[in-house]
Design a protein around this ligand. Structure first.
Ligand SMILES: Nc1nc2c(c(=O)[nH]1)N[C@H]1C(S)=C(S)[C@@H](COP(=O)(O)OP(=O)(O)OC[C@H]3O[C@@H](n4cnc5c(=O)[nH]c(N)nc54)[C@H](O)[C@@H]3O)O[C@H]1N2
Ligand SMILES: Nc1nc2c(c(=O)[nH]1)N[C@H]1C(S)=C(S)[C@@H](COP(=O)(O)OP(=O)(O)OC[C@H]3O[C@@H](n4cnc5c(=O)[nH]c(N)nc54)[C@H](O)[C@@H]3O)O[C@H]1N2
Ligand SMILES: [Mo]
Length: 769
């Protein structure tokens, strides 16, 4: 049960993504969660126009779905949510919270779904059942007594558009814009970087673009695990011989090859599609430098073309008509030396020439990326550099081209669309004022990092969490856990028990909700909800499984319950009517955001979803200059606030296929061939030799900083892996205690979880198994 050390088994990771391994994996997930056969039929409705939107990733849901439009990750998420295992109040009779703190993340969630509303009882150190109405009344009374600027309304990216719209309204009517969400730890670098350069905070690529693209640049996203359904688009592109150029420090199986589990022929013949045609093992944080190098090559090729009178390599007409800031950018690229580029990127010039040459031959190219770009000190700059690279050849706003941030949580992008944001300028405050007759707060709200700082300074009076596992997902675990216990009030709306529930504030409530896959019955009948995918398409989603317990409330009902108990009555907001019929929430959204959500109740079932208007995809640039912006990078170094030094290793944190964020399905990582433990460190053979280490040796990591805070993680077993020397990888969230809170992206405040300078210590003795 505890986090103590287990022996790790390492096997050669030769299996392609997909393939028989993923079939076995689905079977194990279903049986492990006691999901009965009738429920496995549910999977046929996953991501279908008449079904439910998967609760795993946010990848696009096609209008013409595959018969099984789910992947092993999605099937696991479904099994994990529709499990028949449940935690009744009697569970807490048997366990104090102090005892539960010793349990592993896996053990906590593996006990199944929460079923009863609970209140912390300090006398017994246990959660005790409480009536829903009593819980709401007490939370409301507490919130009314707080300083309204010192309460945070956090959202993890899963809640529906309807719930999210109601939640942001609750926060603003309460009196603040303190609406940090998981995006603040994730694609906030995208939201900031793309808004600044192309005038929309989201990607421009749609599913159809994959059919027309001539080249895919793939930066720091682990498609085989984190968005496996996208492998279908990549496989189709590879079928047309489209090159895929990958930049990733670690050789990820899913980026190397893929066997389609939905093709009987491929399964029988074992046919594998090679996904990446070039694989560049970049140094973590080195993407700005690598793209700089590619831009240098492009200018050099363009010089040759211009001199010889051949067709230009850069898209001169596009640059003139559509962009701003080109001259300064060109000067910076030409002035940048190859030595610095090679050092920071950890790649030879020849590799970047090879990548740029292929890119320059492509008529239409797209840039796909994930956390490998965003979770760095220079996370925003990494994103804007990728935009520069695309703009040079006019690769935004034409078929087959564009920028494609791959979002994480299944509705994280949609939450922003309907107003969950701490940035007042991104919320339709004037419209909310007119629609609901109140004065919305205009001051900047707290981001996730700001909220953590406030908690550390004991300046926060209450934390409301709409899903998620905030305390486990944020950096600076040791200090944060200590400060968290001093919070006067914590309220968590959740499906499963996690660490952030067992570590709680002085007054604490745990409110169990329906999951999206469950049937949501309200006064007007069974309800549907909506979500927005990674390509800005909106989809309806109908719950189909019987709820795990009759005592659960839906998320809209819980938000409404807290709102009614906290806010003064407002005749223009009928929370009960909204809960009775979510169609009325969608009508209200249509009034607040008419361009996006007009006639939403009819349009929500459009096969493949309907797309929100995306100016940049039409080459309309909603930036101050009215053009797409070239941005000149401030600096090349990937980790400028940590300055390296002798013996320092650069750690990046990664996910396995046995997890969804802090939800740990199992201790196995099928793709990387690691079984039995997540307390491992992936290290190159060269570094192992240098440190005199063998596979299975146990080490500790200590963060290399001199700010007086001790940050360490013990008991990590060495696993040899194909990563560049000088770099090591470890799992998130196990390595989060090593990340200083101040180590975050400059403009977006996304914690820099992909480059942490650490020192390695050998363990004195091997811990007991
Ligand atoms: N099954 C499953 N699916 C998920 C999730 C999950 O945990 N499990 N999480 C969801 C969420 S919220 C999100 S945000 C997404 C996350 O999905 P991804 O964006 O894929 O995130 P990670 O797995 O953290 O890491 C991405 C990749 O970046 C590489 N990388 C690390 N540092 C660098 C760098 O400096 N440069 C480059 N170029 N690459 C680098 C890593 O080796 C890794 O392959 O997935 C979503 N989907
Ligand atoms: N070191 C490091 N840290 C990271 C990252 C990293 O790559 N490295 N990634 C970051 C990223 S990209 C993200 S998005 C964050 C994730 O941060 P969060 O979104 O806060 O965390 P999750 O692990 O997704 O939250 C899981 C919990 O959500 C609850 N839950 C699940 N489904 C539902 C539901 O339908 N409704 C409600 N109300 N609750 C539900 C369950 O109780 C479950 O325990 O972590 C960030 N932290
Ligand atoms: Mo994320």
């Amino acid at each position: 049960m505890s986090n103590q050390q287990k022996t790790v088994r390492v096997e050669p990771a030769t299996m392609p993504a997909g393939g028989w391994g993923s079939v076995d994996d689905v079977k194990n997930a279903l049986t492990g969660q006691n999901v009965v056969l009738k429920d496995t039929r549910l999977l046929l409705k996953q991501n279908k126009p008449d079904g439910y939107a998967c609760v795993s990733c946010a990848w696009a849901k096609p209008a013409d779905p595959h018969p099984f439009e789910f992947c092993s990750s999605g099937a696991k998420a479904t099994a994990w949510e529709t499990t028949t295992k449940a935690i009744g109040p009697d569970f807490f009779d048997r366990h104090t919270l102090t005892e539960l703190e010793g349990w592993s993340d896996h053990a906590l969630e593996d006990h199944g779904r929460l079923t009863a509303p609970l209140r912390y009882d300090p006398a017994s150190d246990k959660y005790r059942p409480v009536e829903w109405e009593v819980a709401f009344a007490e939370i409301g009374a507490h919130l009314r007594a707080c300083d309204r600027k010192q309460v945070v309304f956090y959202a993890s990216g899963r809640a529906s558009l309807e719930t999210s719209y109601m939640y942001q309204l609750l926060a603003r009517m309460y009196g603040n814009n303190n609406l940090p969400d998981s995006s603040n730890m994730c694609h906030e670098s995208t939201s900031v970087g793309l808004q600044k350069t192309i005038g929309v905070g989201v990607g421009t690529v749609g599913l159809n673009d994959f059919k027309h693209t001539d080249c895919i640049l793939f930066f720091g996203q682990n498609v085989g695990v984190n968005s496996p359904r996208m492998l279908h688009q990549l496989q189709e592109a590879r079928g047309r011989d489209v090159p895929i150029i990958t930049f990733n420090p670690l050789r990820e199986r899913g980026l190397v090859s893929f066997t389609n589990p939905q093709s009987p022929l491929e399964m029988l013949t074992g046919h594998e599609t090679v996904i990446s045609t070039q694989y560049h093992q970049i140094r973590p944080g080195g993407d700005t430098a690598a793209i700089m190098g590619m831009c240098k090559v492009i200018f050099a090729l363009d010089d040759v073309a211009r001199e010889s009178g051949a067709q230009r390599v850069i898209d001169v007409a596009f640059i003139q008509e559509h962009t701003h800031g080109f001259d300064a950018f060109e000067r910076a690229v030409r002035a940048c030396g190859w030595d610095a580029i090679e050092r920071e990127a950890g790649l030879p010039r020849a590799a970047l020439e090879q990548a740029a040459e292929v890119y320059c031959k492509a008529g239409a190219a797209m840039g796909v990326y994930g956390m490998g770009l965003t979770q760095h000190r220079n996370g925003v700059q990494n994103v804007t550099m990728l935009v520069n690279l695309l703009l040079l050849r006019g690769n935004i706003g034409k078929p087959g081209a564009g920028i494609c941030p791959v979002r994480g949580h299944s509705n994280v992008q949609g939450q922003r669309t309907v107003g969950i944001t701490e940035k007042p300028e991104l919320a339709p405050l004037d419209q909310l004022k007119e629609q609901y007759g109140f004065e919305p707060p205009r001051d900047e709200g707290l981001t996730t990092v700001d909220a953590c700082e406030a908690i550390l300074k004991h300046e926060l009076q209450a934390f409301i969490g709409l899903g998620g596992n905030f305390l486990r997902a944020v950096p600076e675990t040791r200090l944060m856990e200590a400060a968290w216990r001093a919070l006067p009030l914590t309220v968590q709306v959740a499906t499963k028990l996690n660490r952030n529930h067992v570590i709680h504030g002085k007054a604490a409530y745990l409110l169990p909700c329906l999951g999206r896959i469950e049937i949501d019955r309200q006064r007007s009948g069974a309800q549907a909800v909506t979500v927005e995918d990674s390509t800005s398409c909106m989809h309806g989603s109908r719950g189909m499984a019987e709820p795990v317990a009759a005592t659960l409330l839906s998320e809209p009902a819980i938000v409404a319950g807290i709102a009614k108990a906290t806010l003064d009555p407002n005749p223009r907001v009928d929370w009960d009517a909204w809960v009775a019929d979510y169609g009325k929430v969608r009508d209200a959204m249509g009034v607040t955001f008419p361009e996006i959500f007009h006639d939403f109740n009819e349009r929500m079932w459009t096969p493949g979803g309907f797309r929100k208007p995306l100016a940049a995809a039409e080459r309309i640039w909603k930036t101050p200059s009215g053009k797409a912006e070239f941005t000149t990078p401030d600096e090349l170094p990937g980790n400028p606030d940590m300055d390296g030094g002798a013996g320092v290793l650069r750690l990046f944190t990664i996910r396995s296929d046995g997890q969804f964020n802090t939800t740990i399905y199992s201790n196995d990582d099928r793709f990387r061939g690691v079984h039995g433990s997540r307390m491992v460190l992936f290290m190159s053979e060269a570094d192992m030799a240098r440190h005199g280490l063998r596979q299975g040796d146990v080490v500790a990591l200590r963060t290399n900083s001199d700010d007086g805070v001790e940050r360490r993680v013990d008991g990590l077993q060495i696993v040899p892996y194909d990563v560049p020397p000088g770099c090591i990888a470890g799992y998130y969230p196990e390595c989060n205690p090593l990340i200083p809170l101040w180590h975050h992206a400059k403009e977006s405040k996304v914690p820099a979880a992909k480059s942490i300078d650490v020192l390695l210590e050998r363990a004195a003795a091997v811990a007991a198994p």
